[in-house]
Design a protein around this ligand. Structure first.
Ligand SMILES: [Cu+2]
Length: 357
């Protein structure tokens, strides 16, 4: 009976116009020393259905860590799991011994203090476990969180930056649920979770808002776009801000990739729009397309809803314009480069000349 109930609830959650859930916003922490406790939990993604999860100081996912460029970050990882883990600061420029790769194991019951100078420019990064042969599984169970780096260059720009008000973390994941409510460990899921919320909606004020998008899925690539043919304005990628906002109708986001986008919702109070993934537009070679080679998933090769955005009243001091320029990114000249590399490819006889200077 329980299996049948679970199947019915899941099926109706996937297909019916069931009620939406408010997008969970992970707490943003700004501390001298962060503590992340990796542990096992039980979480309900769908009402009445218990799912075994892992989390970092949370039932699922973990807090957003706010770092400042030039400061020293100290993050203590306390492993309460029954298996080893590690913690990797994805996108952060850190010394090898602080990188939390597979060689930096944290055994059950042990802890590890990562300490590094924050060298990255303002941007969106993330953390996730990176233990040998357990990375995908532990991330699938739910250990992951945002890192937001702030700096003075970014702070001088007229950008939305009030966390949870006009600046939102949005991690997109797909999950497959077993009949008993637990996650299946498959590359592709049938359910979309955003910040761990199923069928998520987000209330955004009628002004310019910022979404920090992260593809936290194990295999699926998203082709993101808005259903009302409004453009998104990309302001940052994996390495921080770009020189100027770039309007686009579609934004592909690969696994682990981040992008910050601005949405211009001015004058749209009371409206509603959808952030979609147009999986139907993905070429056959891309994971998440309708290619029969991928393991089957209800989401493969189709357009599906990621997040409903409900536009509410503007805040008291809104950003109401997409800035025309962001950062002047200095490009190194050839004379400034340390090493000049010249390849001279010659065909014939299977050989080629290789010249360094
Ligand atoms: Cu990574």
């Amino acid at each position: 009976m329980r299996f049948i109930t679970v199947a019915i609830v899941l099926a109706s959650a996937l297909t019916a116009k069931a009620q939406l859930n408010a997008l969970a916003i992970p707490p943003a922490l700004e501390l001298d020393t962060f503590n992340l406790v990796t542990d096992e939990h039980v979480h309900q993604f769908y009402p009445g259905i218990n799912t075994s999860t892992y989390g970092a100081s949370a039932e699922y996912l973990g807090p957003t860590l706010i770092l400042h460029r030039g400061d020293t970050a100290r993050i203590r990882v306390i492993n309460q799991l029954a298996e080893m883990t590690s913690m990797h600061w994805h996108g952060m420029h850190v010394p090898g011994e602080m990188d939390g790769g597979p060689q930096r194991i944290i055994e059950p019951g042990e802890s590890w203090m990562a300490e590094f100078e924050v060298k990255n420019p303002a941007g969106t990064y993330w953390y996730h476990p990176h233990p040998h042969e357990l990375t995908a599984e532990q991330a699938n169970f739910g250990i992951a969180g945002f890192i937001i780096v702030k700096d003075e260059d970014e702070e001088q720009l007229a950008l939305p930056r009030t966390y949870g008000v006009d600046d939102f973390p949005v991690v997109i994941q797909d999950r497959k649920f077993l009949a008993n409510g637990d996650f299946a460990f498959y590359p592709f899921g049938d359910s979309v979770l955003v910040n761990g919320t199923s069928r998520a909606y987000l209330e955004c004020p009628a002004q310019v808002v910022r979404l920090r998008l992260l593809n936290g899925s194990n295999a699926r690539i998203y082709a993101l776009g808005l259903d009302n043919v409004q453009s998104m304005h990309v302001i940052a990628g994996d390495a921080g801000l770009i020189p100027s906002p770039t309007a686009t109708d579609r934004l592909w986001l690969s696994n682990g990739e981040r992008a910050e986008v601005l949405l211009d919702l001015t004058g749209m109070e009371g409206d509603s729009l959808l952030l979609m993934s147009y999986g139907n537009e993905l070429p056959n070679t891309v994971p998440g397309s309708g290619n029969m080679l991928w393991e089957s998933s209800l989401l493969n090769g189709v357009a599906f809803q990621v997040l409903r955005i409900r536009v509410t009243a503007p805040t008291s001091n809104p950003i109401i314009e997409i800035p025309s320029a962001l950062l002047t990114v200095p490009m190194p000249t050839e004379a400034e480069s340390i090493h000049t590399h010249q390849d001279d490819y010659r065909h014939g006889h299977g050989g080629y000349g290789h010249v360094h200077d």
